[in-house]
Design a protein around this ligand. Structure first.
Ligand code: NAP
Length: 240
């Protein structure tokens, strides 16, 4: 599908993968609506992309509702990208981290999905792309509660797909499951074992946010009879 004049809402657009998706979509002629908490970063990106910035803390359901109320009447694409990865081992992780992981990575994604669906064209439907992770396919030793939330993203997406088919909707849903992408999220994930991240950066060429944006483009540009389920992308040097 041509992205010209399509309206795309991108969560977590202030950084990393979300920002790269915004640039890519804007480059294809889409009108991007950018959300996150970092107002300065969002405004800069809005200026660069001709998009619109709406700040919202996705841990707060009322702010999610305000975000959608401000988004306008129609969108064509929702990219549920916002996510966090604080260190959250099961045996002694901070319960506040568990709650926040659930709120941002799963509950917000699900609520954004609910609010986006009525905003898609009733006949043509829209596109929803959810950011899962390779940690949503297999649990790495350091995966902790983060991995649990990324498995949940895949389950939510699959459940949604069946519900949409049952309802006769033409909206297509997909997940993207990256391995290591060099973004600020990795600094959080490796907090306390920074030397591992340093070694990783020396040992492999990580994915870039632009690599993930290219996968988003692939999904969005597929012909209407093609529905991508999941794209797994790893740096070619990543072992697991
Ligand atoms: N980097 C990787 O290796 C990797 C691998 C697999 C999957 N992923 C997934 O890819 C997605 C994007 O991650 P990234 O690597 O691009 O990380 P990032 O650069 O840290 O970006 C995360 C984004 O999420 C937003 N966000 C976090 N908490 C939020 C909140 N409470 N309310 C609103 N927005 C919030 C941040 O915006 P503000 O700070 O402005 O709120 C930021 O824009 C995540 O879902 C992540 O799990 C990343």
């Amino acid at each position: 599908m041509s992205l010209k004049d399509k309206r795309a809402l991108i969560t977590g657009a202030s950084s990393g993968i979300g920002a790269a998706c915004a640039r890519m979509l804007a480059g294809e002629g889409a009108r991007v609506i950018l959300t996150g908490r970092n107002e300065t970063a969002l405004k800069e990106l809005a200026e660069a992309t001709g998009g619109e910035a709406i700040t919202a803390d996705l841990r707060d359901m009322a702010q999610i509702e305000r975000l959608f109320a401000r988004t306008g009447e129609r969108i064509d694409i929702l990219i549920n990208n916002a996510g966090i990865a604080p260190r959250a081992p099961i045996i002694d992780g901070d319960p506040d981290h568990f709650r926040e992981l659930l709120e941002v990575n799963v509950l917000a994604l699900t609520r954004c999905t609910q609010l986006a669906l009525p905003m898609f064209d009733a006949q043509k439907g829209g596109h929803i792309i959810n950011l899962s992770s390779m940690s949503g396919h297999r649990v790495p030793p350091s995966g902790g509660f983060y991995a649990a939330t990324k498995f949940a993203v895949r389950a939510v997406t699959e459940a949604l797909r069946y519900e949409l088919k049952a309802a006769g909707s033409r909206t297509r849903v997909a997940t993207i499951s990256p391995g290591f992408v060099d973004t600020p999220l990795l600094d959080l994930y490796f907090k306390g074992s920074e030397e591992k991240l340093e070694t990783l950066r020396e040992d492999i060429v990580m994915l870039t946010p632009a690599d993930i944006a290219a996968a988003v483009l692939h999904i969005l540009q597929a012909p209407e009879h093609v529905e991508t389920g999941d794209i797994q992308l790893r740096p070619s040097g990543q072992g697991v």
